[in-house]
Design a protein around this ligand. Structure first.
Ligand code: PAF
Length: 279
C-alpha cells in the first residue's frame, strides 16, 4: 500500500497518478473506527485515487491533556485501510511538513459558524481545524473530500472552506455503536460501564426529535438539561438547538427552517459530542 510521509514522496505519487482523476481525500487523526472506514470505502468507490491522511493536529486542541491522551494506533489503522484496498494512498505527515513555518494558526472569517457550541467551549478550535484542512487540501489537491456528520459544525465550516477552494465536500451520517452512541476515537478511552451509560446521549437526542413538534425549544432544552444534571458521571458542556444553515442557537422555532440538536458531555474526563436533525 502506498504510504507517504514527505512532500517529495507525495509529489512522486501524485505525478504517477496525474491522469487518474478524480482524486479524493479522507482527512483523519487516526485511531480509525467504523465511521472513518465507511468514509474511506465511499471515497474509494466513487473516485479513481483515494488519499487518507493521518495527522493529529496540535492546533485544534485547546486542552493539552486531550492532545496528549488522544489515542494512536497507526499499525492497526494501516491494516484497516489495506483491508479496504491496497491501492489507497496513506499520507502520514510530520508536524514540520504541515507547519513548515512553525506551529501557528491562521485566523479565518468563518461567517459566524464558529461562534456557537464547540466554538464557545473550545477556543481557537475551528481556526486550528481550518488551518490543517486548508494545508491538506493545498498539498493533496483533491477534487472531493469526505467528512462525517458527527462533527456537524466542523462539516459546515469545512464546506465553506471547500467552496472557497473549489473542492467538493461529501458528508455521511454518523455511524453508531450498537447502543446508539456516536462512534468516536475517544470512545475507546471509556470504561465498559461508561460506554453503556453514554447511550443516554443518543436517547436524549432521539427524545428531542420525537418531541420537537409538540414542545417549544425552550422546554425541550430545559427538560434535557434537567435530566443530565441528575445523571452521575455526566457533566454537560451544552445542549443546544440551532438552525442547520447558520448554526445560530435559538429558543424559538421559525417556519421553514431546518433545526438540529447539538450536545457535548464530559463523561469521566472524556468529551463526547453528537447531534441530530430534528425536522
Ligand atoms: O475530524 C477530524 O478528525 C479532524 O478534525 C480533521 C478534520 C481530520 C482535522 O484535523
Amino acid at each position: 500500500m502506498p504510504k507517504v510521509t514527505t512532500i517529495a514522496e507525495l509529489h512522486l505519487f501524485q505525478r504517477q497518478n496525474r491522469m487518474r482523476r478524480s482524486w479524493s481525500l479522507v482527512p483523519t487523526m487516526g485511531s480509525l473506527h467504523e465511521g472513518h472506514l465507511q468514509l474511506i470505502k465511499q471515497a474509494f468507490k466513487e473516485n479513481k485515487v483515494t488519499f487518507v491522511s493521518i495527522f493529529v493536529n496540535p492546533t485544534q486542541f485547546d486542552n493539552k491533556a486531550d492532545l496528549e491522551n488522544y489515542p494512536s494506533s497507526i499499525e492497526v489503522d494501516l491494516q484497516k485501510i489495506q483491508a479496504i484496498d491496497p491501492n489507497i494512498c496513506v499520507f502520514i505527515p510530520s508536524v514540520e511538513t504541515i507547519y513548515p513555518d512553525g506551529v501557528t494558526v491562521k485566523k479565518y472569517d468563518l461567517q459566524g459558524l464558529d461562534k456557537s457550541m464547540e466554538g464557545r467551549f473550545r477556543s481557537g478550535h475551528f481556526d486550528g481545524v481550518a488551518t490543517v484542512v486548508e494545508r491538506l487540501f493545498k498539498l493533496i489537491k483533491p477534487d472531493v473530500a469526505y467528512f462525517g456528520q458527527k462533527d456537524f459544525q466542523q462539516l459546515q465550516i469545512i464546506s465553506l472552506l471547500g467552496q472557497s477552494m473549489g473542492i467538493q465536500i461529501c458528508s455521511f451520517p454518523t455511524v453508531r455503536e450498537q447502543n446508539g452512541l456516536a462512534m468516536s476515537s475517544r470512545n475507546r478511552r471509556l470504561s465498559r460501564d461508561r460506554l453503556e451509560e453514554a447511550k443516554l446521549i443518543y436517547e436524549l437526542l432521539q427524545w428531542t426529535k420525537s418531541n420537537f413538534s409538540s414542545h417549544s425549544i425552550y422546554d425541550l432544552k430545559n427538560i434535557v438539561v434537567q435530566k443530565l444534571s441528575q445523571t452521575p458521571n455526566f457533566e454537560l458542556d451544552y445542549f443546544e438547538i440551532a438552525a442547520e444553515h447558520n448554526l445560530l442557537t435559538t429558543d424559538s422555532k421559525k417556519e421553514g427552517v431546518s433545526y438540529r440538536a447539538f450536545i457535548a458531555v464530559v463523561v469521566d474526563g472524556i468529551r463526547l459530542i453528537d447531534n441530530m436533525s430534528l425536522n
